[in-house]
Write a protein that binds this ligand. Sequence first.
Ligand code: UD1
Length: 351
Amino acid sequence: MSEKIAPQDTCVLVTGGAGFIGSHTVVELLTRGYQVVIVDDLSNASAKVMDRIKTIVGEPAAANLTFYEADVNDRAALAKIFDEHRPSRVIHFAGYKAVGESVSKPIEYYANNIGNTLTLVDVMREHGCKSIIFSSSATVYGDPDSLPLTEESPKKPATNPYGWTKWMIEQILTDLHTADPEWNVVLLRYFNPIGAHPSGLMGEDPKGIPNNLVPYVAQTAIGKRDAVHVFGDDYDTPDGTGVRDYIHVCDLASGHAAALAWMNGRTGVEVFNLGTGTGTSVLEIIKAFSKACGHEIPYVVDPRRPGDVTANYADCSKARDLMGWEAKFNIEDMCRDSWNWQSHNPDGYEG
Ligand code: UD1
């Protein structure tokens, strides 16, 4: 057993805490009374999110947030932050995440994602901090043999370097626990996070042309893009388009808080799917978003995107049974909140 600590006495270091999922998770943690230290190099995030987080949580929780602009690969900077704050838990979000880019930049992806994880866990070990929650992905399941996906479903070879980094980091953290059973590792496999904070103050802010469906739909809805490109309508699904398990980013955030509470006082390695258990097609997303924004969203059908699977959705009963966590928001809520964010912040945080 590791030491059990109350939230107000727990300092959680959050790498990548200025990013999309990270920032929503930080709000959830501050609201629950944790002390939070964000380490983010802002390579794919904005410092402006700090003020938004503080506005949402208000005082006194806002005073429990500290932000360092630093790269997790910068060992000296990270060690200094650990010396200063002595965090007892780490949530590790920081990493590159564009699938297509990872194919053309494998060295950068492996060096950054795996390199920063190795630096992080080494610094953690040196400071006696052995509890980590890692942002993994349903991508580790590859093309599934059967649905829904449970945590027991086999991991499949990844189809791109981004996916391999998630796959390998899961293995690295598992090996760490084998070598030293005092480690406490939670691997959270996210399905497709979308939505935004209901306040409209925080949301996804992709740089350049969005790779993922919902940010692209949102930018089309606001008129920045001409039409959504539907990647294939000849899949073996009810309407022929790809099916995914979309989850509201606030549900994902509460999943991290649930994991933090659950891992308190434990050791071991545990994997949890974080999804809703419901599959939604590309056309259903376009329809739901059209309803949220109040006008039709144009789309064209393109060929399938290489590497895409037909369908995936999660069985989330393990997270419910062990951590007492369940997703609360449906697709309508997710599209409403994405639209609220997009329409109030057409140019993201820098607008
Ligand atoms: C992708 C990654 C996954 C990663 C996740 C992060 C791949 C193969 N997988 O998931 O590893 O963890 O993002 O959020 O890239 N679609 C369109 N038009 C678009 C964009 C997407 O039709 O412009 C379709 C896709 O074919 C798919 C669905 O929308 O059926 C969702 O795509 P996307 O949002 O990119 O997520 P995933 O591919 O599921």
